[in-house]
Design a protein around this ligand. Structure first.
Ligand code: 5GP
Length: 200
């Protein structure tokens, strides 16, 4: 029987906004109890359905700046104008100390930053929409953003698509059920699989 890694691992799911990354991440967290989510800090406004401390740690810009000055972040980015997001060192410690592997749902620059710091402990997966047109359609239909915010997100998506080849794996999210199975395969292979055993 295969045994899971005792050493803490990381799965970074990154994607242009609207590629379905959150759906895939949620599915994996529900499927595997050896995974836990890295709750990021952000200064953006909380959405109706969100819970502070579960979806994000919602901070004021001042609180965020103080934590930057205290060197509390592994990485942080101004993802949109005046909207800061960052991964707290304490989150990584919290999850690893509980004996679980960490799942990140972050944008491409932060993902690259974490991958550079954690190397082989970390599997960075780029989720790709079937096409840019479909992505823009999904983003528009989501209706969580104002027109101005939507425009900013679309501009960003175009840029983010150019980063895809720098990650460990690309997962095309065309048919969701297929993408979910592929994501499961990636997680199981990294935690239990051959490439992982060979490294030890
Ligand atoms: P949203 O506002 O839609 O929740 O997230 C906007 C973008 O910020 C998404 O691409 C999300 O993955 C990314 N993001 C969330 N948390 C972090 C973080 O801690 N660091 C970075 N760099 N990006 C993040």
């Amino acid at each position: 029987m295969k045994t899971a890694s005792k050493e803490g691992r990381m799965f970074i799911f990154t994607a242009p906004s609207g590629a379905g990354k959150t759906t895939i991440v949620r599915h994996l967290l529900k499927t595997y109890d050896f995974l836990d989510f890295s709750v990021s800090a952000t200064t953006r406004a909380m959405r109706d359905y969100e819970i502070d401390g579960k979806d994000y740690y919602f901070l004021t810009p001042e609180e965020f700046r103080t934590r930057v000055d205290n060197d509390d972040f592994i990485e942080w980015e101004e993802v949109y104008e005046d909207q800061y997001y960052g991964t707290l060192k304490s989150e990584v410690e919290r999850v690893w100390e509980s004996g679980k592997h960490i799942v990140f749902d972050i944008e491409v620059k932060g993902a690259t930053n974490i991958k550079n710091q954690y190397g082989n402990k970390c599997q960075a997966i780029f989720i790709k929409p079937p096409s840019l047109e479909i992505l823009i359609e999904r983003l528009t239909n989501r209706k969580t953003e104002s027109d101005a915010s939507l425009k900013k997100r679309i501009a960003r998506v175009k840029k983010e698509m150019t980063y895809q080849d720098t990650f460990d794996a690309i997962l095309v999210n065309d048919l969701l059920q297929v993408a979910l199975k592929e994501a499961e395969f990636m997680v199981e292979t990294f935690v239990y699989g051959k490439p992982f055993d060979e490294e030890e």
